[in-house]
Design a protein around this ligand. Structure first.
Ligand code: NAD
Length: 374
């Protein structure tokens, strides 16, 4: 008997007299990292650096997280070559060049990146040129540690690419390090991770394992993040959120992102809007945009959220965690809506529903006002 409820929306559906073929064809080519997860796992950093065969690790962080980086350097003892705490958002090329120079000066043979996407991104900029192995210790939910994607910003324009050299060899997920992540940043960072899962579920090049990972990622994040935001010191909730972030990063690293990520990159770059907040605001509207074109993905998202509808469920989650829901709150000028729609239609990412200018003006307008998608 045909079971239409389990058809994977992005695959060709082949009917037979007895069953609907839901697993038609796919390519799965997943580069792997060694992952060590659990409260207190930072204690294993020295043995993990040794396992990489490294003796001179350069420890990276933002200026704000220098204390955490110094703690890591202390744990590494003589395997630490020094701390470099100059990471900033979106990896400006000047920062990348200075960090590469410092890695040469220190004769570093490994980078240990302690922080969020900005710090891990700086490690990737070094690895891109030198192929130094990266050990990542993520402290947000952005997911960069699980991807071969790098970004560099030159003259105000951020360019991204994929290269397996930059995928961290080892990742230590220690939820204790996320206890200090402020509630507001935790909420939007988790929505960023959910966005990776949502787009992986309808990606043209996804596969069944990634779909399972993505759905479980949404489930874990939606369950944990309201608790994290209310009780930032709850270690059980922090563990579950970080587990969701691992899954979100894996989904991002192994499938191509669609309209949602395109819009976020465009808006972030054109109006200098904060990364995780833009993801939070756009996600319900990008999901609603794809509602009819990716019905199976929508069902999986709604199920994982425990909601009736995927887009509404995402919006309600953002409201519940008191995250921003409008571009207006983020400081985007209302006159920017048409420019953003034009930019996003110039080189669109592949997306379940075709992307056109007028529909994007409507989508961005809804996001600007922050209305609940219906
Ligand atoms: P971030 O790394 O910029 O961190 C935000 C702020 O929070 C920083 O000041 C940081 O020091 C601080 N912080 C981080 N963890 C903390 C903690 N546990 N306690 C206290 N403070 C903490 O933010 P992000 O959202 O993780 O990263 C955003 C950047 O990462 C963007 O440039 C984005 O494009 C990039 N990114 C890249 C990928 C990829 O696959 N290449 C994936 C996701 C994001």
């Amino acid at each position: 008997m045909a079971d239409n409820n389990i058809t994977n929306g992005r695959m060709p559906v082949i009917e037979s007299p007895t069953m609907t073929m839901r697993i038609a064809s796919f390519v799965a080519d997943q580069p792997a990292s060694r992952v060590i997860f659990g409260a207190g796992s930072l204690g294993r950093v020295a043995e993990e650096v040794e396992r990489l065969g490294a003796t001179r690790a350069m420890v990276l962080s933002t200026p704000e997280q220098r204390g955490q980086a110094e703690d890591v350097a202390r744990r590494l003892g003589e395997r630490s070559a020094g701390v470099y705490s100059e990471a900033v958002m979106h990896v400006p090329i000047e920062t990348a060049r200075a960090a590469r120079e410092e890695a040469r000066r220190l004769h570093a043979d490994c980078c240990v990146a302690v922080g969020g996407g900005s710090t891990i991104g700086l490690g990737k900029a070094i690895a891109l040129e030198s192929a130094l192995p990266i050990l990542a210790i993520p402290t947000t939910y952005a997911g960069s540690e699980m991807t071969p994607i790098y970004g560099l910003t030159e003259a105000g324009v951020k360019k991204t690419g994929r290269d397996r050299k930059v995928l961290p060899k080892t990742v230590i997920y220690d939820p204790e390090l996320t206890l200090s992540l402020p509630a507001g940043i935790s909420g939007t960072s988790a929505m960023n991770a959910i966005a990776h899962c949502v787009e992986a579920l309808y990606a043209h090049d996804g596969n069944p394992i990634i779909s399972l990972i993505a759905a479980e990622g949404i489930r874990a994040l939606a369950r944990s993040i309201p608790v994290v935001v209310r009780e930032p010191g709850d270690l059980a909730a922090r563990s579950e959120a970080l587990y969701g972030a691992w899954l979100g990063g894996t989904a991002l690293g192994n499938s191509s992102m669609g309209l949602h990520h395109k819009l976020c990159h465009t808006l972030g770059g054109a109006f200098n809007l904060p990364h995780a907040e833009v993801h939070t605001v756009i996600l319900p509207h990008a999901t609603a945009y794809n509602r009819d074109a990716a019905p199976e993905a929508m069902r999986a998202i709604a199920d994982a959220l425990g909601a009736r509808d995927a887009a509404e469920g995402i919006y309600d989650l953002a409201v519940d965690i008191q995250a921003p829901v409008s571009l207006r709150e983020l400081g985007m000028p209302v006159e920017g809506i048409e420019r953003a729609a034009r930019l996003a239609t110039e080189f669109p990412y592949r997306n379940p529903r075709e992307v056109d200018y007028d529909s994007l003006v409507a989508l961005i307008g809804q996001a600007w006002h922050g209305v609940r998608p219906s």
